[in-house]
Design a protein around this ligand. Structure first.
Ligand SMILES: [Zn+2]
Length: 676
């Protein structure tokens, strides 16, 4: 426990994973909460006249060790969890919520902040300091600092409930994912599957002491089966299992959790004087209001729908021609799309995968970062890892100064949640004249190496790696004074710009030449394949766009309205999907009950931001394309005005400083092939 309470005595003060025991977390966090409380008491009870330094800055730097320890804990709860950690999370989450409410409801403290806030025009503050002051003030007012005692009490109760409901939601999704396996004993049922997928399924069965093959709901198992398996009945079975997570009327069912979360969020917004949860959230976004988000999504829907419907009709005809399928169902989508794509482009993932050995792709991402920003990645084994699979690096700039520590964790495990994400163990900030460098991590669930093959990535996994690496660069290149404004601490609808822009390099010949070589022969990826990758990238883009829009609309349908009267999760969801639906509805399935992004993670009222950021990334990349994708001047502008600036200023201002003009949607629509 002691080890967690003080500044770590490790190289670069990295997290001492090997010395931490699970049981250390709870007592350490309780102790650190006490210490932070004392720090904050000292600020709020100060006899001195409130100033920016003794109030705003002091508050910003209070509780640093608590932040470090809780970030370690919750990162582990996502990437390397078990029942013990989950139990601790259930115990400490309410404590942390209560603690942060104690701060935001501390009247003496708020009075001091308000005092500084009210004199902000007279103070000689930098832009970053102004932003920090504004952010601190709002973090109180938006959390009820101006409420009556009674209402403050209500708010506390809601937040406590929400915290544990969200945790429960995520645990249910993970448990449902792990609970399902499709045991296959007849080899014919694997017809169509690539060898690697068959081998992986066999190894999984073997590891569980079973004959035959096992298919699970983990993406590396689920996706190949849905894409390649000829057996339509089994695809249906797997698809329905995947789509009914949290919707099985068992003790892992999430329907009530969804309803309760939506209602509590609505009540919370009302209490604070906002019309809906989305109004509350969007106040601090580029998009500002639910109306603007809906206009944005519906405008894109209008432009994408004709293309999507054309694509769907093509796919239906193709399936009919090939296998006499009269009605295309959800479990046919990936399968026939892949077949049609093959026919049109003769390009399947299996053909590409040999050119994307994981180690080569990592190296490629590093080379791109080197050419753009002069970064070098040096693998090190001097710091602790939380799992042997994790890779650790020192990131250096051109003068060999440390830029960041970087962790990368690529393969699925039972205790890791699905998907891919970037996170950090320590933020960047400047204190006492020292620029403290960040500890950044990316976590993915990529295809594992087998006994005979290294990890060969699908092209989708390649873009995922670049995506998360883009987030990581945002964290690594941070150069701000205050930790809460550093790196990815930006408005949500801006946070995907650095990640999505980086995906563009995956399609460029000049970038692929750096790393995309065959894992056996060393041969460079043939350029006609590269051309096809680019051409096929917009294949069924209308349908893809519709899908993303549908998720954004579903999110707004839960959070941009009054959900008090909603009792039927499925019916409510169908209503949200009515303009975006291409496939027949599947009665057994529900998206909301496993929509972790918005019900467990922080994307509520924010799913639209993927598309929003695509407008930004297409527009920004267009600037690179015009001047060369490795143009150092443009890269430097991007680094200086966007990546290093974090949330220190309004994103629109940052963007315009980089780009020289407002973002325009044309580059995205063109890239997606939706306009000429
Ligand atoms: Zn992202």
């Amino acid at each position: 426990m002691k080890i967690l309470q003080n500044t770590f005595k490790t190289p670069y003060q990295t997290a001492p994973f090997q010395s931490i025991k699970n049981e250390d977390f709870k007592p350490a966090i309780i102790k650190l909460i006490e210490e932070t409380k004392a720090e904050i008491e000292a600020i709020s009870k100060s006899e001195n006249f409130p100033t920016f330094k003794n109030t705003i800055e002091a508050l910003e730097f209070a509780g640093q060790q608590l932040d470090r320890v809780t970030s370690i804990f919750f990162n582990l709860n996502s990437a390397e969890t078990n029942e013990e950690i989950q139990k601790i999370a259930q115990d400490i989450s309410p404590l942390l919520t209560e603690f942060s409410n104690d701060i935001t409801l501390n009247e003496k403290l708020f009075a001091r902040i308000k005092e500084v806030y009210n004199q902000k025009e007279q103070l000689d503050l930098t832009e970053e300091q102004k932003t920090l002051l504004d952010k601190k003030y709002k973090s109180f007012s938006r959390n009820g600092a101006n409420l009556s005692e009674e209402k403050k009490e209500q708010l506390r109760a809601i937040d406590k409930k929400l915290a544990s409901l969200k945790l429960k939601f995520g645990e249910n999704v993970l448990a449902e994912t792990n609970a399902f396996e499709m045991h296959i004993t007849n080899k014919e049922d694997l017809d169509g599957l690539p060898e690697g997928a068959i081998e992986a399924a066999q190894q999984l069965a073997e590891s569980k002491g079973k004959e035959g093959w096992l298919i699970t709901l983990d993406y590396p198992s689920y996706i190949p089966f849905m894409t390649y398996a000829k057996n339509r009945a089994l695809r249906k079975k797997l698809s329905i299992a995947f789509g009914s997570k949290g919707f099985n009327n068992n003790d892992l069912d999430n329907q009530n959790n969804v309803l309760e979360i939506a209602k509590l969020r609505y009540q919370r917004a009302n209490l604070l004087g906002y019309k809906t949860h989305a109004n509350f959230v969007l106040e601090e976004r580029m998009a500002q209001t639910p109306e603007k988000v809906e206009r944005f999504l519906n405008d894109l829907l209008d432009k994408a729908k004709p293309a999507a419907e054309r694509e769907f009709a093509n796919l239906q005809n193709f399936a009919k021609e090939l296998d006499g399928i009269d009605h295309l169902e959800k479990w046919d989508g990936a399968y026939y799309s892949e077949k049609l794509k093959q026919k049109l482009f003769n390009l399947d993932d299996e053909k590409l995968k040999p050119y994307f050995k994981l180690e080569n792709v990592i190296d490629g991402a590093f080379k791109v970062a080197n050419k753009l920003f002069g970064l070098t990645f040096k693998e090190i084994d001097t710091i602790d890892k939380y799992h042997p699979d994790v890779l650790t690096y020192e990131v250096l700039d051109e003068n060999d100064n440390l830029v960041s520590i970087f962790h990368a964790d690529f393969f699925p495990r039972a205790g890791k949640r699905n998907g891919a994400w970037m996170t950090s163990y320590k933020p960047q900030f400047v204190q006492n004249g020292v620029n403290e460098r960040p500890h950044v991590s990316i976590v993915c669930n990529f295809t594992k190496p087998t006994k005979t093959k290294p990890s060969l990535l699908t092209f989708n996994e390649v873009t995922t790696l670049f995506h998360e690496f883009g987030h990581a660069l945002h964290g690594m290149l941070a150069n701000t004074t205050y930790p809460s404004l550093s790196g990815t601490s930006v408005y949500w609808d801006f946070v995907e710009l650095p990640s999505q822009i980086l995906e563009n390099w995956c399609y460029e010949k000049e970038a692929l030449e750096l790393y995309a070589t065959h894992y056996e022969t060393g041969e460079l990826i043939p350029m006609d394949l590269v051309e096809k990758i680019k051409e096929s990238a917009t294949f069924n883009e209308g349908m893809q766009t519709l899908r993303q829009i549908s998720f954004g609309l579903l999110d707004m349908h839960w959070h941009g309205i009054n959900p008090t009267e909603v009792t039927d999760v499925k019916a409510h969801e169908k209503e949200a999907f009515k303009d975006t639906q291409l496939y027949p509805d599947v009665a057994e399935n529900c998206m909301s009950t496993a929509f972790s992004h918005i019900f467990q993670g922080g994307y509520s009222s924010g799913y639209y931001s993927y598309k929003w950021a695509e407008v930004l990334d297409a527009d920004a990349f267009d600037y690179f394309k015009q001047n060369g994708i490795f143009n150092r001047d443009i890269a430097l502008k991007f680094k200086d005005n966007v990546l290093s600036k974090g949330g220190t200023e309004n994103p629109l201002i940052l963007y315009k400083r980089f780009r020289g003009q407002d973002p325009k949607p044309e580059a995205l629509l063109k890239r997606a092939g939706l306009i000429k």
